[in-house]
Design a protein around this ligand. Structure first.
Ligand SMILES: CC(C)(COP(=O)(O)OP(=O)(O)OC[C@H]1O[C@@H](n2cnc3c(N)ncnc32)[C@H](O)[C@@H]1OP(=O)(O)O)[C@@H](O)C(=O)NCCC(=O)NCCSC(=O)CCS(=O)O
Ligand SMILES: Cc1cc2nc3c(=O)[nH]c(=O)nc-3n(C[C@H](O)[C@H](O)[C@H](O)COP(=O)(O)OP(=O)(O)OC[C@H]3O[C@@H](n4cnc5c(N)ncnc54)[C@H](O)[C@@H]3O)c2cc1C
Length: 406
């Protein structure tokens, strides 16, 4: 980390560490085994003030910064990746977009939901629109003062658990495509918001990813977020907010890997072969040195992106770089930590194999490492890098290219 933490930040981190090393460490294996959402951990997060810690005081939160949240998330991820991902979504993603672009009522409701323990869901990905997210076909057709949403998202984290949903949908008004907008819906209250099948995921199993279907989901216009710039720039604005969640995801990857590294470092000094601790073998010493170097570099990029965001959103390139490095380092470090444990690491009696499985998602979810490299390259070259055939992109403008002025 750069420089010193303030006293308040040091206390915050110590509080997160104590909770993580106690209660969350004890529960992590059972959450993985049962694949059940850890409502008890969420209650502990809520009681500790970690659900909605970035919510401004005007809306009942403590108004903490993104960097403060990052400090908490790394500590929790060292012990339990699932619980750390809950903290990400309870402070960034959908919540961040609503707090930035929402009106008074939208902010207040979202803040109340999260402070009461709801982990919001962000609904972007569709079966035919993953990396090419702007190719989404979920529509929100305006009729009168209301919108009718139809479409299908998949891989939605928290499907069937989250109440608050932020839905990215193509807005159609007067028969014309106006761009991509963000709609707020509440599961259990809004008819037509339907939870579909759950994915049998490799890791982070206590947090379900499901299909989410919109079947004539009718929402009033007060449920549409209205960032400055209007719908034609709706997708860009929503993604600007989403950059914070990329930093959050990077932090979870970093924390899982740091937890695995701590265990490998300790084990290498305890385990003896050939009459000496295995840490005395240079082959392992260099592995440990490389693991620590990778973690330090990843932490530096995560902290840089978070600190420079201040109370706003991180820079897109900095968020992408932090996530690329943290995610790829996490896969490498958790794998090597398992290797250092030998067969014991391969056993489900220790958390190493779980940590490797948990780390694996971060080069995929939240924008793949390849798409994030495209983003970085685009800013380095100072131009758009359209990925479509014949430079045709799936933009958040009408397919006809005739974006109606708002
Ligand atoms: C952005 C992409 C979907 C590529 O699509 P396009 O090539 O059609 O779009 P672009 O022209 O690149 O972008 C359109 C518009 O948006 C602006 N933009 C794009 N990304 C960002 C960003 N990160 N920050 C700020 N602004 C952004 C871009 O500048 C354009 O603006 P203008 O029209 O020029 O004003 C693709 O690159 C992409 O990001 N794919 C990944 C999709 C993704 O991340 N999905 C995440 C789903 S949620 C999830 O996985 C949760 C898991 S978790 O968080 O752990
Ligand atoms: C655990 C988990 C949780 C998730 N949670 C959510 C969520 O809560 N909400 C949500 O909306 N989505 C969520 N997702 C979906 C996630 O955002 C997508 O999986 C991701 O954006 C990639 O889309 P895809 O899986 O369709 O892969 P595809 O886009 O089909 O990509 C397949 C491969 O092709 C590569 N590729 C594609 N296009 C290019 C290109 N132009 N250049 C180079 N390589 C390319 C990709 O990098 C990848 O390796 C989650 C995914 C996972 C795994």
């Amino acid at each position: 980390m750069f420089g010193q933490l303030s006293e308040s930040q040091a206390q915050l981190r110590a509080k997160a560490r104590a909770l993580a090393e106690g209660r969350f460490a004890d529960r992590a294996a059972e959450i993985d085994r049962s694949e059940a959402y850890p409502h008890d951990n969420v209650e502990a997060l809520r009681a500790a003030g970690f659900m909605g810690m970035t919510i401004p005081t005007a809306y009942g939160g403590p108004g903490r910064s993104l960097f403060d949240a990052v400090l908490v998330i790394e500590e929790i991820a060292r012990q339990c990746g699932v619980t750390a991902r809950i903290v990400v979504e309870a402070n960034m993603g959908a919540l961040g977009a609503i707090l930035a672009y929402g009106n008074e009522e939208q902010r207040r409701r979202a803040a109340d939901a999260v402070l009461a323990g709801d982990k919001p869901a962000i609904c972007i990905t569709e079966p035919e629109a993953g990396s090419a997210a702007t190719a989404m076909t979920t529509t929100a057709v305006r009729t009168g003062g209301r919108y009718l949403l139809n479409g299908r998202k998949h891989w939605i984290t928290g499907g069937g658990i989250s109440r608050l949903h932020l839905i990215f949908a193509r807005v159609v008004e007067g028969g014309e495509d106006r761009g991509i907008g963000g709609f707020i819906a509440y599961r259990g209250e809004d008819q037509g918001l339907v939870t579909g099948a759950r994915e049998p995921a490799m890791g982070l199993r206590g947090l379900p990813e499901t299909e989410v279907l919109f079947q004539d989901l009718e929402l009033g216009e007060e449920r549409l977020l209205r960032p400055e710039g209007g719908l034609r720039h709706g997708f860009a604005a929503l993604m600007r907010a989403y950059n914070a969640q990329r930093v959050g995801a990077a932090t979870v990857a970093l924390g899982i890997a740091a937890g695995a590294f701590d265990r490998a470092l300790a084990y290498a000094q305890e385990r003896r072969q050939f009459g000496r601790p295995i840490a005395e073998f240079q082959g392992l010493q260099w592995m440990l040195a490389d693991m620590d170097t990778g973690l330090s570099a990843a932490r530096a990029l995560v902290h840089k992106a978070a600190v420079r965001a201040g109370d706003g959103f991180p820079d897109a390139r900095e968020a992408a770089q932090a996530k690329i490095l943290a995610a790829e380092t996490a896969v490498k470090v958790t794998n090597e930590a398992l290797q250092i444990h030998g067969a014991a690491g391969y056993s489900r009696n220790l958390p190493l194999e779980r940590m490797l499985r948990d780390a694996r998602m971060f080069t995929i979810g939240g924008g793949t490492a390849q798409m994030l490299r495209n983003q970085v390259a685009g800013t380095l070259l100072g131009r758009k890098l359209p990925q479509g055939m014949a430079a045709e992109t799936h933009r958040d403008t009408p397919a006809s290219g005739k974006a109606a002025a708002e």
